[in-house]
Design a protein around this ligand. Structure first.
Ligand SMILES: O=C(O)CCC(=O)C(=O)O
Ligand SMILES: [Fe+2]
Length: 201
């Protein structure tokens, strides 16, 4: 397994895309402020997804916020976006400065504890355009985020996403790399993740 060192503006990927990690993007331990607020104000739901023709509940809670006039589909679910809240708008604006782009939506994931997870996937829906910039913000419990090359599945890059961190995935990363958030049985506290996306209609 290849593990690459983490520093703020060094590309974590060895080839075929770009991923940048900013561990202290929201300052030192901002967690409780953002985590509790988002936990309470976001309209969390547990949604079903279709996997090989079978309906299963996602092992996490989710919500979609964004510009309401633009529809967004995700793993076979057509999701209606709630309008931006003040807090989400504030986070979005800070992230847009770093990412150098504007986002139309944010998909939020609430992993209630280490039993909640997300499986291997790429964020390569065609509505996101050819080389999407995906900005991933984390609050609460630190969790391991794993990436692996789509064709050379033994080439892996892991990063622990800490409270208040930002991960930017860009360039051709969504073509060539998939990512997941595995279960971690020992983690008993929650993590909220926000992935900002731009839908080009
Ligand atoms: O929770 C994470 O860090 C990953 C979220 C993710 O990959 C997604 O929402 O597409
Ligand atoms: Fe993703």
């Amino acid at each position: 397994m290849n593990l690459f060192p983490i520093s703020s503006d060094q590309n974590l990927l060895p080839f075929d895309g770009e991923v940048f990690y900013y561990p202290d993007f929201f300052g030192e331990s901002p967690g409780m402020k953002f985590f509790e607020l988002l936990k309470n104000e976001i309209q969390w739901k547990q949604e079903p997804i279709w996997i090989f023709g079978k309906k299963v509940m996602q092992p996490r809670l989710t919500a979609l916020y964004g510009d309401p006039e633009i529809p967004y589909g995700y793993s076979g679910i057509q999701m209606e976006a709630y309008p931006w809240t003040g807090k989400l708008q504030e986070i979005k604006e800070r992230v847009e400065v770093q990412a150098g782009t504007h986002f139309t939506h944010v998909l939020l994931n609430y992993y209630r504890n280490g039993d909640d997870s997300m499986g291997w996937h790429r964020d390569n829906e065609k509505e996101l355009g050819i080389n999407p910039v995906i900005a991933s913000v984390s609050f609460g419990a630190e969790r391991e985020f794993q990436m692996r090359h789509y064709k050379q599945k033994n080439v892996k890059v892991n990063v622990h996403l800490k409270d208040g961190s930002l991960l930017l995935m860009q360039g051709s990363s969504q073509h060539h790399w998939e990512h997941q958030l595995p279960k971690r049985k020992k983690i008993s506290s929650g993590r909220i993740n926000l992935t900002f996306r731009r839908i080009i209609g």
